[in-house]
Design a protein around this ligand. Structure first.
Ligand code: NAD
Length: 326
């Protein structure tokens, strides 16, 4: 029976992979995949990894030396892989789509929670503080949503926004025909939007797409939501804008320095990331821990496609979910 070394395993991963898999021996490791832990994959033809694993040249070389042939990413993004180092050493397969609804719905959930201050209200009422002072939000109806990246998730998010009666602006280098969506330049999108939601991948072009300059164009009341990748936002610029009241608020499911912090319980540790500590403390910032994908439908889809990817590799079928090493 072929073996899969499964890194960064959480109880919800184990639950769904054990439900779906009946062909392979999966060895679950809590440790993230990184150069120091790669040796755990000894004897496994496949390695299963996730968004914050450190898959640099050293990790890849170690896996290849140990005889691993395929890297099964159980996520869509692959910006954490040194692709050039994998060439001729490791085939990389991913799950390009599981539930775009999971992420788009979470993005809107965060906007609603941030705008209507629901987490603050929840904390107050648990202490029998029924004051409404400081909890004023704004109607989404009639306002403008700006969407950066109209792929699978961005399109679902656009539909949710039109359902709320919002005007929808979008920017994507590859526009598509979408009901109720008008493509504009990023400058126009930043200037006109009341909420700005990021749904593009992290690439050289999109890194820090939200920087000081972008923020300077935005309305002072604008809310930014990021459910894509942390490095799309220059966090220092965001914090400075929040401090100067140049921006209305931010809902962050991802953070540029999340690796090693997100997905883990750090409540008994001293977190030394000053920017994150300050962001967490702001009343107009809402942070979730890379949770947007976390629905039953998405977890099932991830497990099914990951196992299917390994099946396809072993049986020599076309690898439609392969990420080509460059
Ligand atoms: P997708 O590939 O279907 O769509 C991405 C879109 O971004 C495409 O339309 C592409 O043309 C566009 N794009 C590329 N470069 C761009 C640029 N410079 N400016 C604007 N748009 C650009 O991907 P998807 O399934 O919609 O996922 C989007 C992102 O969501 C992923 O890359 C991933 O980082 C993130 N994601 C996050 C979670 C989570 O749990 N938080 C889960 C899944 C995916």
């Amino acid at each position: 029976m072929e073996k899969i070394a499964f890194f960064d395993a959480k109880p919800y991963d184990k639950e769904w992979f054990d439900k779906i898999n009946n062909k392979y021996k999966i060895i679950y490791y809590e440790s993230r995949l990184r150069p120091e832990s790669a040796r755990l994959a000894e004897g496994c033809k496949a390695v299963c990894a996730f968004v914050n694993d450190v898959i640099n040249a050293k990790t890849i070389d170690t896996l290849a030396e140990l005889g691993a042939e395929v890297l099964l990413m159980r996520c869509a993004g692959f910006n954490n892989i040194a692709l050039s180092a994998a060439k001729d050493k490791l085939r990389i397969l991913r799950v390009p789509a599981y539930s775009p609804h999971a992420v788009a719905e979470h993005a809107m959930g965060m906007i609603l929670a941030l705008n209507r201050k629901i987490p603050r209200a929840y904390i107050r009422t648990r202490d029998f503080n029924f004051s409404l002072v400081g909890l004023t939000g704004f109607d989404l109806y009639g306002k403008t949503a700006g969407i950066i990246g109209t792929g699978k998730i961005g399109q679902v998010f656009a539909k949710i926004c039109t359902g709320f009666g919002m005007e929808v602006l979008a920017y994507d280098p590859y526009p598509v025909e979408l009901d109720g969506v008008r493509y504009v330049t990023t400058d126009e999108l930043f200037r006109k939007s009341d909420i700005i939601s990021l749904h593009c991948p992290l690439t050289r072009e999109t890194r820090y797409i939200i920087d000081d300059n972008a923020i300077s164009l935005m309305k002072k009341s604008a809310l930014i939501v990021n459910t894509s990748r942390g490095q799309l936002i220059d966090s220092e610029a965001l914090l400075s804008a929040l401090n100067d009241k140049r921006i209305g608020g931010a809902a962050l499911d991802v953070y540029e320095e999340e690796s090693g912090l997100f997905f883990e319980d750090n409540s008994d540790k001293i977190v030394t990331d000053e920017i994150l500590s300050l962001l967490v403390s702001r009343p107009n910032v809402l942070i979730t821990s890379h949770q947007a994908f976390l629905t039953e439908e998405a977890l099932r889809g991830i497990a099914e496609v990951t196992i299917q990817n390994f099946d396809d590799y072993l049986s020599g079928r076309e690898l439609k979910n392969e990420v080509k090493a460059q």
